[in-house]
Design a protein around this ligand. Structure first.
Ligand code: GLA
Length: 692
């Protein structure tokens, strides 16, 4: 059959394709429902105004040692002077265990490594919530998992309020007034504008480590201006695009400290290159000014990053106690698998259990009475897909072989062949047996708000049909070495597969895909890289295929919406602009872009639901990416911590590290451990102990 198609040449190829078009209808099948698996607890749904407000309080407090050691000694202004006029106040009634007490340490373990502290300049701090804790953003989304569905909108944060112009094209935001960076420098519109103008708008900067700080994330032709020190004004092409309020949360609008970053930026420093700017604050640099609750004070390579409470943190509880309650945060620099092991064993305090291979053991240990940690499963929001590089016009500068693979990737029959060659049942079971993994056809996850089964096209496993499809494409094994050749006397079909070695699940799934492509006569070659190197390759388009854990856009839709389709030149994870600055959209991609833009432009809920049905249908029908598996994650937190909200998902609008509102988390006095490495130390305060 393969040789036959080749022998017929061009005409045969066309005939083959039209025959297959008929057969293609039969490739679809009934999508099995995911195995029943109930999330273990539900959040209590509230209004945002029940969680927080901005308000001046009659008095403010701080840990006693801060007063006696620093304020009384004259090295730190009194707490009332360090706080904004109207701090952000977390309400007691919404705190699961009520108002907290000061002390203790939250011991995180992470698999990433810090590149440096220039977050907005694109440097990763090693993930696992370290950057989430350092950065504060205009709005906030993590805790939205507890907000009533019909009141869903991002929470105020650095932007304390906003209003739309009558025509809906202008959004005026009021920044919190009088809040300070952790070194005491005022936070104001200059910080916001430096992020926008010299990082987001400057195409020499890949703003924020995930690369999502692009102008289009906030809408094509959107502008931002400072009206005064605490007022900024957005202008949008669309009317009332409330959607962009989500883009103003983590991770795409969290300003950096302009007072120390600006002097390193090439625009303001003729001696510096863009690399100099990006790398100006290496991991060894301590006390990087942050707006977050804790500040890095110690770094030991491959060992630990220790962070201490930010003396200028701008959030308080209703009694006026300056937050955070926890004095110290640790980031043990280890592996992601070790994060699970340590959290379950009690030598670490927190993990997002997300690598399905360790579920059974973690569950077993956590069920024991003496288990040090609580483990709570949530919804199936962890999902993996095989993503193909769809740029045919030069993104990532492909060589000849790579370009030939791009052409295949852009062919629907090819993508169909690959998707039906994948045995999802087996892939899922190879990770973990039991009711965890579900068959994931691609697109939005089953069980999430906008998912619609009737709009989901599913192509079940069918190896024979997959081979037939490839025959029809003229990919025949012309040299008899067991691997198909590219048409017209081309070489073997060899495809590299990018995956992240920091996670066992990523490489296990990638290996599964590689094995399942073998009977198709396609050679898939592992391109397995450690996290940061992998991310660089993925963001710069240097891959044929990638197996990836997907982002929040596939779960919530409202977070990261502009990433759902190539709505701009640099927004999409696997199809960015080529060398001429344009994205060579396939016709169905144009439909996806239009659908996503229409979704952003309307706030009518029925219309939105409808648009996402269309999105799902176009996505899955065209195998936009090859879905692999979808499963629930579990949050593991040591039992001594209080104020962990019921039903906190490890991943929804954001990761659990944001969802649980760490600045409110505390340890009751009688349960406090002795884990502080730098007791009574304040970052940057003169006269403090420890490595400054
Ligand atoms: C990594 C981890 C996640 C989560 C995020 C937070 O991606 O795998 O569980 O901790 O970091 O950014």
């Amino acid at each position: 059959m393969r040789k036959h198609a080749m022998a017929l040449g061009g005409a045969g190829l066309m005939l083959g394709v039209s025959l297959l078009a008929v057969q293609a209808q039969e490739l679809t099948g009934e999508l099995p429902d995911p195995p029943a698996f109930a999330a273990q607890s539900e959040p209590t749904f509230v209004s945002i105004s029940e969680i927080m407000e901005y308000k001046a309080l009659p008095e403010y407090h701080e840990p006693d040692w801060v007063t006696s050691k620093y304020v009384d000694a004259g090295t730190l202004p009194p707490v009332a002077e360090r706080l904004p006029e109207e701090p952000l106040v977390f309400k007691t009634a919404n705190m699961p265990d009520g108002m907290g007490v000061y002390g203790d340490t939250l011991r995180h373990v992470i698999g990433g490594r810090p590149e440096g502290w220039n977050y907005i300049g694109g440097q990763s701090q090693g993930w696992g919530g370290i950057d989430i804790g350092l950065s504060e953003c205009l709005t906030r989304t993590g805790p939205l998992f507890t907000v009533k569905a019909d009141e869903l909108e991002p929470m105020p944060n650095l932007a304390k309020s906003w209003e739309w112009s009558e025509d809906g094209h202008e959004l005026t935001m009021h920044l919190i007034e009088g809040a300070k960076w952790s070194d005491g420098d005022p936070f104001d519109a200059e910080d916001v504008m430096f992020y926008w103008e010299d990082n987001v708008q400057d195409s020499n900067v890949s703003a924020v480590p995930s690369g999502t700080g692009t102008p289009e994330r906030f809408g094509v032709d959107t502008t931002l201006e400072a009206i005064d020190a605490y007022t900024i004004k957005w202008t949008f092409k669309e009317a009332f695009p409330t959607q962009y309020l989500y883009a103003m949360a983590y991770d795409s609008f969290c300003p950096g400290p302009s007072h120390i970053l600006k002097p390193e930026h090439p625009k303001y420093n003729a001696d510096n290159s863009y690399d100099d700017y990006k790398n100006a604050f290496p991991p060894e640099f301590m006390n990087m000014p942050v707006m977050g609750a804790w500040v890095p004070v110690e770094y030991r390579p491959d060992d630990i990053i220790a962070m201490r409470r930010n003396p200028y943190y701008w959030k308080v509880d209703e009694a006026g106690n300056q937050l955070p309650y926890l004095n110290e945060l640790h980031y043990r620099l280890s592996t992601w698998a070790d994060r699970d092991v340590q959290a379950v064993a009690g030598s670490g305090d927190f993990s997002n259990l997300e690598q399905a291979e360790s579920y059974v053991e973690a569950l077993r240990r956590s069920a024991e009475e003496t288990a040090p940690a609580r483990l709570q499963f949530g919804a199936r929001t962890i999902g993996y897909a095989l993503r193909m590089n769809l740029s045919g016009n030069g993104w990532g500068e492909p060589d000849e072989r790579e370009q030939a693979i791009r052409e295949l990737n852009r062919n629907l029959d090819f993508r169909k062949a690959i998707t039906i060659a994948v045995d999802r049942q087996r892939l899922g079971e190879s990770l973990v047996r039991g009711p965890f993994t579900a068959i994931y056809p691609g697109g939005l996850y089953a069980g999430t708000t906008y998912f619609d089964k009737a709009s989901t096209v599913y192509y079940p496993h069918d190896l024979e049909a997959a081979n037939t499809l490839l025959d029809g494409l003229g990919l025949a094994d012309t040299d008899g070495n067991g691997i198909r050749n590219l048409p017209d006397g081309g070489g073997d079909v060899e495809i590299t597969l990018l995956a992240n070695t920091d996670y066992g699940t990523d490489t296990n799934l990638a290996e599964g895909v590689i094995a399942q492509m073998e009977p198709l006569g396609i050679r898939v070659i592992a391109s397995f890289q450690a996290g940061t190197a992998r991310d660089d390759k993925a963001q710069s388009g240097q891959f044929d295929w990638a197996v990836e854990r997907q982002g929040a856009e596939m779960v919530s839709v409202v977070q990261g919406t502009t990433m759902l389709a190539p709505t701009g030149p640099r927004t999409h994870p696997f199809h960015k602009a080529g060398t001429d600055g344009t994205v060579d959209l396939l016709p169905f991609e144009q439909e996806l872009v239009d659908t996503v833009n229409a979704f952003i432009a309307t706030s009518d809920n029925a219309e939105r639901a409808d648009l996402m049905k269309q999105y799902q249908r176009i996505f899955t029908e065209n195998v936009y990416s090859v879905g692999l598996t979808q499963y629930p994650g579990a949050l593991i937190v040591n039992k001594r911590f209080a104020n962990i909200p019921e039903g906190a998902p490890i991943f929804m609008f954001n990761w659990a590290e944001d969802n649980i509102i760490r600045e409110r988390v505390f340890v009751p006095a009688d349960a406090q451990g002795d884990f502080e490495l730098h007791p009574e130390m304040l970052p940057g305060a003169p006269g403090s102990a420890g490595p400054m």
